[in-house]
Design a binder for this molecule. Structure first.
Ligand code: SAM
Length: 285
């Protein structure tokens, strides 16, 4: 499609779509607490979120939990080809309407994102954008960051979390929020806090503030098993108040590795930098 044609379409679509509150009322989409439903209606805010990963024109995007389609519309307007996985079948007719307004740009998959293989579903490199349901957000995040294959099929993750979880993801060593999530997110990726979102932006408002994290894959350090690093951080932060000589006792070879690397076994896990975890994992791999 030519540039001019796209901007013409953009203008038309912006005018044609009904306000999200009307869509919700017409389809009876009262928010379900069990499904972690807190909807965003502010289209300017949604457009800003969709802009975080950069130009999405013709890019494949995976969205988890589109709900009534607020973020989905912003992604479609940005020119993305969106695959949206939604567990709540009540939302499907509203999303089908959206698909009609953006022909060929939206594929809706009804199902549980935790049970689907995202790489197979997408079949090409893709960006992930999602206002995640809080109850599944961390599980999905750990899954996207895990595994030996690197770089992953996703080119970036732009994800809404509770602010406290977002702070744990981007935390630096020595801070009270630094832990397993930070190491997993930073040892072969860059993670930054892209935007804070006030609780009042959601309907219904959640109890806590939210924030969006943007993650991009970086080079994977050589000679390391991702599985070993995961086990190491699990043990180290499982007893975060303890000294390493105690918390790493159950990890074969870990205390020798500390010795070899000149890392004081009296330190606690929260004082170790990501590079130090990587160095220990390399010795154990
Ligand atoms: N994207 C919408 C927005 O920003 O307004 C809705 C966000 S709401 C916080 C989370 C959405 O995820 C809900 O629509 C919910 O039904 C859906 N959801 C919850 N668990 C899911 C799962 N395991 N797989 C796919 N979707 C899920």
């Amino acid at each position: 499609m030519q540039r001019g044609a796209r901007s013409l379409d953009y203008g038309r679509m912006t005018r044609d779509l009904a306000p999200l509150r009307d869509v919700i009322a017409r389809h009876g989409l009262s928010a379900s607490k069990a499904l972690g439903q807190n909807f965003l209606f502010d289209e300017q805010l949604l457009a800003r979120i969709a802009a975080i990963p950069g130009d999405l024109t013709d890019k494949a995007v995976l969205e988890i939990g589109p709900g009534p389609g607020g973020l989905t519309r912003a992604l479609l307007r940005a020119g993305a080809r969106v695959t949206a996985i939604e567990m709540d079948r009540r939302c499907v007719p509203a999303l089908a309407e959206l698909g009609e307004a953006f022909p060929g740009q939206l594929r809706v998959v009804e199902g549980d994102a935790l049970k689907l293989d995202h790489d197979t579903l997408m079949g090409e490199r893709f960006a992930v954008l999602s206002n995640l349901p809080y109850n599944v957000g961390t599980a999905l995040f750990v899954r996207w960051l895990g595994g030996q294959d690197w770089p992953p099929r996703w080119s970036s993750l732009t994800l809404m979390f509770q602010q406290e979880v977002a702070q744990r993801i981007v935390a630096r060593p020595g801070s009270s929020t630094y832990g397993r999530l930070a190491v997993l997110a930073q040892w072969r990726s860059t993670a930054r806090l892209a935007m804070k979102v006030h609780r009042s932006a959601f309907t219904p408002p959640p109890k806590v503030m939210s924030a969006i994290v943007h993650v991009q894959p970086a080079a994977m350090p050589e000679g390391i098993s991702a599985h070993v690093l995961e086990r190491l951080t699990e043990a180290a932060f499982g007893q975060r108040r303890k000294m390493l000589r105690q918390s790493l006792k159950a990890v074969p070879g870990a205390l020798d590795a500390l010795d070899d690397l000149g890392i004081d076994a009296q330190r606690r896990a929260e004082t170790l930098g990501v590079a130090e975890f990587v160095a220990i994992a390399r010795r154990l791999t």
